[in-house]
Design a protein around this ligand. Sequence first.
Ligand code: AMP
Length: 123
Amino acid sequence: MPYTYDDQNIFAKILRGEIPNATVLETEHSLAFRDIQPQAPVHVLVIPKGPYVCYDHFASEASDAEIVDFNRTISEVVKSEGLQEGGYRIISNAGEAGVQEVPHLHIHVLGGRVLGRMLQRAG
Ligand code: AMP
């Protein structure tokens, strides 16, 4: 399925500097910033700067340089936030079933407490 990128989404506005963010790390192709509604003591979002809707869109269409940069940025965030020792979780929601709110690829990096089981059984 071809993805259509909506450049009015809130992370696109952050990337254009129209909305402030609490930056953790910025690289040539990626930006890491704190989630505005943290679900854990550490809750950082890592996004590519390119117009990718979700993970498979990025993984299939981004350049090798973007993909390497993005993954290394996640790794740097894990290290700089001190999560290697205690552990962490990375999550990327996609589409309706994934309950994705912002249609620009983002990886949630969560840690700083025991996070519980991965999924709660829906009612
Ligand atoms: P998702 O449901 O995976 O699309 O997650 C979207 C995330 O973006 C949520 O955790 C929000 O709290 C977060 N979020 C929304 N707006 C902002 C913002 N302006 N700055 C930082 N995080 C945001």
